[in-house]
Design a protein around this ligand. Sequence first.
Ligand code: UD1
Ligand code: PEP
Length: 436
Amino acid sequence: MSSAFEVRGGNRLKGEIIPQGAKNEALQIISAVLLTPEKVTISNIPDILDVNLLIELLGDIGVKVNRVSRATCEFQADDIDFVYLESPEFKKKSGRLRGSVMMAGPLLARFGKAYIPKPGGDKIGRRRLDTHVIGFEKLGAAFVYDTDDNYFRLEAKTGLKGTYMLLDEPSVTGTANIVMAAVLAQGVTTIYNAACEPYLQQLCKMLNSMGAKITGVGSNMLNIEGVSGLKGCSHAMLPDMIEIGSFIGLAAMTQSEITIKDAGIQHLGVIPEKFRQLGIQLEIRGDDIYIPAQDSYEIQTFIDGSILTIYDNPWPGFTPDLLSIVLVVATQAKGSVLIHQKMFESRLFFVDKLIDMGAQIILCDPHRAAVIGLGRQHQLRGITMSSPDIRAGVSLLIAALSAEGKSTIHNIDQIDRGYQYIDERLRNLGADIKRV
Ligand SMILES: CC(=O)N[C@H]1[C@@H](OP(=O)(O)OP(=O)(O)OC[C@H]2O[C@@H](n3ccc(=O)[nH]c3=O)[C@H](O)[C@@H]2O)O[C@H](CO)[C@@H](O)[C@@H]1O
Ligand SMILES: C=C(OP(=O)(O)O)C(=O)O
């Protein structure tokens, strides 16, 4: 696969775009197929690197995978290969994505053992697995940590037992992992300070349709009454809220008129409101979001007139995965905003590329960047750059599409791991972008 995008900026885009199925939901849902020997059918699967890699990994460990169409897949986990799970090949491959850690919960629950290699995913700061492992331990599993190759071996010789636990932090993948382990544990598990992103709400909905008994879905206190087995089901992924936020940012930055179709508005939480705080006009039309072409947008201040701060928080707070997008959109707004990325310590360094393009940004420290909007007084300039992580990559792509002249973005595997056919879909809206 080619590894760069060549973009000529400045085109105003126009048209409709349909969001892909949610990447982070897909990684949980596809891991959950390991919980039953029966057939599970999943639809609205995004055709992206991370998800395809997880599906491949499941196939490698013996799950029968039938890709009915690009977006729909049938899985049947009735014959798991534990020898492969301990092999160097598995360690290497599963280390390429973050989502593979969520195979551990289901495997531990159903077979009493699991392995977690050092997970991949974005290099955006420390990403510890303590919440996952301590949660499994509370359910009765023992673990051995191999410090040489960062490998966890987990075992639950006498099965898992339900318990009360208060999580140290509401980890998204950690909560998913513990929930998937607890559904087959003996007795009742209560998880307090649980993450409750729509990804998790969807996972719980799916597990309940398989016969699990989970209550409190959508809150930070989940109650799970263990059952002895789960059956097959069908599940459809929600639209990807991070893609939706990215498209809102794209429309504003390129002064384009775009309709985002079937956006699953009721699941977007504060996302539309954060873009409105940047002065962007959005109209909710049924389940679509219409963004009119806007010559300018002005960042709001707080009620007392002080400078706006946009920061991340666990759901229902604003997702950290959209802060890079908000930051890039602010570079062309009127006014100023402080972007505070609380969760990750290395996610803002990409601003040096935006500064090279002519944006006015002060990186205060690794977590905070002050953006002084250009208010369209001049355009950003195209440059050659490399995408450090998935969301910074898309933010740079948005900057390039709004910039004067040619930009080249390298390391676009980072973008492809989360955004389906992005170049083709942007070309359909009128963007000048090609893979080189
Ligand atoms: C595959 C997947 O689903 N990835 C998502 C998942 O990653 P993931 O599940 O890995 O992220 P976690 O929720 O575990 O936490 C992310 C980081 O934030 C820190 N943290 C977390 C909670 C908190 O209250 N305070 C805090 O500082 C953690 O220490 C960690 O460094 O959730 C992240 C946080 O929404 C998203 O960025 C990732 O896109
Ligand atoms: C950080 C992200 O992904 P991952 O957790 O897979 O690295 C993301 O989706 O923005």
